[in-house]
Ligand binder design. Structure first.
Ligand code: UD1
Length: 337
């Protein structure tokens, strides 16, 4: 049985990926410092899969702690999620973001080099494309100058991995996520935003739950079908499964280059108003919202061309927008009680 180290394995995308890994027969070792999640998630993963993954409360910035995890476990592959991810905060705390997101990556790759380990998956973001010149966005679209420190950590992270992979013969894949959303069908794990959510879907569900008075729709003067900005919302379970597909590609030596990157989205763009309408319809409720000005740094539209990911990873999305919005609402209701 292959043993996979998952950093940030109790976070939103990490926890869903751990469930899929265990469902697929992988043995999982989680490291997480619990800075943006709760230890309860470990029990929920165990309830869903019937297997308790190994867990170490480790901060990826502490090199000696990372080392000791590798001393304890013989690792066959790494999926690296642990990172700070708030765009706004990253502009106020650039050094914290660069330190956390990049030193952790370097320490992990150093361990891989020193122990001659292989198979590394990195959580990257479609933010590397900025506002792409053409839609849908293919992997050939140029990486644009980052708009935020957070975005820059993803770009620099990919560069570090690319250079390391070539030199030390570490095969690796960066998955460029579009907009993850939804919750596991068991409604035992989901997104746990701390404080006021910055992302659309948790703000929508918290507004519906009465935690937030009103949703602000940031701009209705974009050159899109209804004037609101367009994104590619992908269910977190579909996204989690892309990691298993990428891992299999590496383990089975099917990769074409030592460093590869793929767009992980649905291929379908939805506007903010479309999301609101679909959320209201599928959950049979009314959402309190108003149109306000654009949010600084936002782009007009982004959605993925998934042709290459579908073919090369032998993966495709299976869960529709309605089901995803339904699961997001069920998860929210569970938090409010
Ligand atoms: C944001 C980040 C992106 C990151 C991703 C992680 C920015 C500029 N980009 O993407 O780098 O990878 O989160 O999930 O922050 N919206 C509203 N009202 C709200 C919240 C959002 O109208 O209260 C709109 C936004 O203007 C945007 C869309 O909803 O058009 C999606 O926003 P969000 O969920 O924050 O994701 P992104 O901005 O696409």
């Amino acid at each position: 049985m292959k043993k996979i180290l998952v950093t940030g394995g109790l976070g939103f995308i990490g926890s869903h990926t751990v469930v899929e890994l265990q469902n697929e027969g992988f043995e999982v070792v989680i490291i997480d410092n619990l800075s943006n999640t709760s230890i309860d998630v470990l029990d929920k993963i165990t309830e869903i899969t019937g297997t308790k993954p190994a867990f170490h409360k480790v901060d990826v910035r502490v090199k000696s702690d990372i080392k000791s995890v590798f001393d304890t476990h013989k690792i066959d592959g790494i999926i690296h999620f642990a990172a700070f991810k708030a765009v706004g905060e990253s502009m106020n705390k650039p050094l914290d973001y660069y330190e956390n997101n990049l030193s952790s990556l370097i320490y992990l790759l150093q361990e891989m080099r020193d122990r001659k380990l292989d198979n590394f998956i990195f959580s990257s973001s479609c933010t590397v494309y900025g506002q792409a010149n053409a839609l849908p966005i293919t992997e050939d679209a140029p990486v644009k100058a980052a708009e935020s420190v957070y975005g820059n950590t993803k770009q620099i992270g990919e560069e570090i991995i690319r250079d390391t992979s070539n030199t030390y013969k570490i095969n690796s894949i960066a998955l460029r996520y579009f907009n993850p959303m939804g919750a596991h069908p068991s409604i035992k794990i989901g997104e746990l935003p701390i404080g006021v959510p910055q992302n659309l879907i948790p703000f929508v569900t918290q507004t519906a739950a009465g935690i937030r008075k009103e949703l602000s729709v940031f701009g209705d003067d974009y050159p899109t079908k209804d004037g609101t900005a367009v994104r590619d919302y992908i269910h977190v379970v579909d996204l989690a499964k892309a990691h298993i597909a990428a891992l299999r590609r590496l383990i089975n030596k099917k990769n074409k280059k030592s460093f590869e990157y793929f767009n992980i989205g649905t291929g379908k763009g939805s506007s903010v108003l479309e999301i609101i309408n679909a959320f209201e319809k599928v959950n049979n409720l009314k959402l309190n919202y108003k149109i306000v000005g654009r949010r600084e740094g936002d782009i007009t539209a982004a959605f993925a061309d998934t042709t290459i990911a579908n073919k090369e990873l032998n993966w495709k999305t299976e869960i529709g927008l309605e089901e995803a919005l339904e699961s997001a609402w069920k998860w929210q209701q569970k938090q409010s009680v």
